[in-house]
Design a protein around this ligand. Structure first.
Ligand code: C2E
Ligand code: MG
Ligand code: MG
Ligand code: MG
Length: 278
């Protein structure tokens, strides 16, 4: 498929920045200010289906455009927002923004619009009482059908069970799809599948990176595909950067692919990615 290589670069940080607690507190206060002054933005990365390379879904990814510091990585500020609780407000805004955006694309683009949007939800959001009800309210406000929304959670978010798993059952009852993100990097990947309602496994980029080398990575990627299809789930391979990786994954049975090879996260992604091979 066609590769798109325009893109974004995060600002550089000194390692000391994210470790000192005074800096964490400062960053926390700046997140609050950023929320109040509209510094956050949601971008969307295509998830394509082979062999035709249709953009069947997009993943919503938050961006922070800091007026002085430039573009800040969510890997840096999401953990801070989780610790100070602002993730609840930030996450609610991201969810609503992403659902509104898909509703608009559907209205404007018809069949060219993606079928679904995926939204990352952190452990702290998920464990908050009433989370499933708040999702139902967003769906009602935006007019999205439940199956048009996928909630992405990490293994660690649901590892401890309790309220987070109860929330997943609530989402499942609504008809919202549930994806296990960064699959294979947590502590209990396979065990979790016995107890947690899941529709999609997102195979972590670390497996995709070396899938073209003969050896254990390809074997693991193939085994993950067998588990996925055996359980009747969908698999999405994350972080696909080259045509070679896409070809190997396709051969192993992967049909849903996401990565820079197909498109970077963007405010208005290109939904007309066309197959040039595969
Ligand atoms: P994730 O959910 O696993 O998202 C995939 C990350 O991989 C994104 O980084 C995406 O830009 C990046 N990516 C996609 N394709 C490629 C590729 O081909 N090569 C490389 N090198 N990277 C690729 P991003 O946007 O920086 O987000 C990092 C993480 O921050 C996310 O990982 C997710 O855990 C978290 N995050 C991002 N947005 C949100 C959000 O709205 N809410 C929450 N709770 N977490 C978020
Ligand atoms: Mg994700
Ligand atoms: Mg991931
Ligand atoms: Mg990740």
């Amino acid at each position: 498929c066609v590769a798109r290589r325009t893109g974004e670069t995060y600002a550089r940080w000194t390692p000391a920045f994210d470790e000192r607690s005074s800096e964490q507190a400062r960053l926390g206060a700046q997140i609050r200010h950023g929320l109040d002054t509209g510094q956050f933005q949601v971008v969307y990365q295509p998830i394509v289906r082979l062999p035709e390379c249709r953009v069947v879904a997009v993943e919503a990814l938050v961006r922070w455009r800091h007026p002085q510091r430039g573009l800040i990585s969510p890997a840096l500020f999401i953990p801070v927002a989780e610790r100070n609780g602002l993730i609840v407000e930030l996450g609610a805004w991201i969810l609503e923004t992403a659902c509104e955006r898909l509703a608009r694309w559907t209205a404007e683009l018809g069949p060219l619009a993606p079928d679904r949007v995926s939204v990352n939800v952190s452990a702290r959001q998920l464990a908050r009482s009433g989370f499933a009800a708040s999702v139902a309210a967003v769906l009602a406000r935006t007019g999205l059908a439940p199956h048009q929304l996928t909630v992405e959670v990490t293994e660690t978010a649901v590892f401890e069970g309790g309220p987070a798993v109860a929330a997943l059952h609530g989402l499942r009852a609504l008809g919202v799809r549930i994806a296990l993100d960064d699959f294979g990097t947590g502590h209990s990947s396979l065990g979790l599948l016995q107890s947690v309602p899941v529709d999609v496994l997102k195979i972590d980029k670390s497996f995709v990176d070396r899938v073209t080398e003969a050896g254990r990575h390809a074997v693991i990627a193939e085994a993950m595909m067998q588990v996925t299809s055996g359980l009747g789930l969908d698999a999405v391979a994350e972080g696909v950067e080259t045509a070679e990786q896409a070809e190997v994954l396709h051969r192993l049975g992967y049909r849903l692919l996401q990565g820079y090879h197909f498109g970077r996260p963007a405010e208005e992604p290109d939904f007309t990615v066309r197959a040039v091979h595969a």
